[in-house]
Write a new protein. Structure first.
Length: 389
């Protein structure tokens, strides 16, 4: 019997240097069931298919914690590499005569092409709502927004850049206002969230389209019509401290909808997520999450001052973010210039008060000390610090 692997390591000989641009490579594998559980065999088959794609691309792969769809996460395998593999998509899988077959598509892209401080970004994830709830009535997928939000959270946590994610059961704003996010509303929400949640980034958005349509099959001498369903998701990332939307993108896909008119789909069932439509939705979400994770990694990270202790600053970053004793930070003050349209994006100004070093820390917070203790009082609550790396 084959067993589920919690950690899978593949070593493939490094033959060539990774390309600076995305290179999609297809891989495939077959594994004999031989009485084993399909879920166990599936993990091994996908692992082998990723290895196959890696050989074809000539890359070194170190794959850990393969996370899949169904009862786990999604149809994406989470790969820890030297930066070559960005995402893995399962294109197809089948069982025929006791043989499990799978085809995957692997994106060999550099994870990021920017300087970064090595700290894990803190992200608040709000609920993704369906923009037109009536579209969910076909199939009864009214909870698709909650399901997508949960899978975004799981995928973000599993990213190589390891963002610290918290999912809340609230939407960023009403679905009617997503088409026009006003500057004043954005600024007010950013100020509120910086005080309430203490996270630098907020990921939010909505599911814009899950409508159905008919498509004529392209085979010659055939007038068969297949029922297909759209999936379009709009994704935003807000830098709370700077009151700026740093990422805004729409992702679209479509796939066959294999369910009858009167069938209510159970979105908690792994069978749905392994269907053509479910797998396509997950692949679309995976692509969005990978793009967001890469964008976050390239953004300058800040921490808030949440208190003082014996002339030391206490910030809301700690061991979980990757901080270490001796790490150095600069103090920043926030300026909110007023424009004709109200408050504009926050300007962060570095304050010449010397360098602050981490002298004590726990999982969520750290204490910073300045060489001149008299200067520390210049750091007020909710002021910011950023690494000097």
């Amino acid at each position: 019997m084959m067993k589920m692997f919690n950690c899978i390591t593949l070593l493939v000989l490094l033959l060539t240097c990774p390309n600076a641009f995305a290179v999609w490579q297809q891989g495939e594998a077959t594994v004999k069931l031989d009485g084993a559980d399909v879920s166990d065999v599936r993990v091994t088959a996908i692992k082998n298919a990723v290895a196959d794609a890696s050989f074809k691309n000539g890359s070194f792969v170190s794959a850990e914690d393969v996370v899949l769809d169904g009862l786990l996460v999604s149809s994406k395998s989470v790969i820890t590499t030297q930066g070559q593999i960005q995402r893995v998509e399962v294109l197809s899988e089948s069982v025929n005569e006791d043989i499990f077959s799978v085809i995957v598509r692997v994106d060999f892209s550099p994870m990021f092409n920017c300087p970064h401080d090595g700290y894990n970004r803190s992200v608040l994830l709000t609920q993704f709502q369906v923009l037109k709830p009536q579209q969910a009535s076909y199939g009864g997928i009214f909870d698709i927004g909650k399901q997508i939000s949960k899978r975004i959270e799981q995928q973000l946590r599993a990213e190589q850049t390891s963002p610290m994610v918290r999912l809340i059961d609230k939407a960023f704003t009403g679905v009617d206002s997503y088409d026009q996010i006003h500057l004043n509303e954005l600024t007010n929400k950013a100020i509120y969230m910086s005080k309430e949640y203490g996270r630098q980034f907020v990921m939010f958005g909505f599911i814009r389209d899950i409508s159905l349509f008919e498509q004529v099959k392209e085979e010659l001498l055939s007038d068969d019509v297949s029922l297909r369903r759209n999936f379009t998701i709009q994704v935003y990332v807000l830098d709370v401290y700077r009151h700026t939307i740093i990422f805004q993108e729409s992702y679209h896909s479509e796939a066959d909808w294999e369910y009858s008119d009167d069938y209510n789909v159970d979105t908690n069932n792994s069978l749905f997520w392994r269907s053509d439509y479910g797998r396509t939705v997950l692949n679309t979400v995976n692509g969005a999450v990978s793009d967001v994770a890469n964008k976050l990694q390239c953004e300058q990270s800040f921490a808030q001052i949440v208190g003082t202790n014996n002339n030391k600053l206490i910030i809301n970053m700690g061991l979980d973010n990757g901080l270490k004793l001796g790490d150095k930070f600069l103090l920043y003050k926030k300026r909110l210039p007023v424009s004709a349209n109200g408050l504009s994006n926050a300007a962060l100004v570095a304050v010449d008060r010397g360098v602050y070093k981490v002298v004590q820390l726990d999982s969520l917070t750290a204490e910073l000390s300045n060489d001149d203790p008299a200067q520390v009082i210049n750091g007020d609550l909710l002021d910011l610090v950023s690494s000097t790396r």
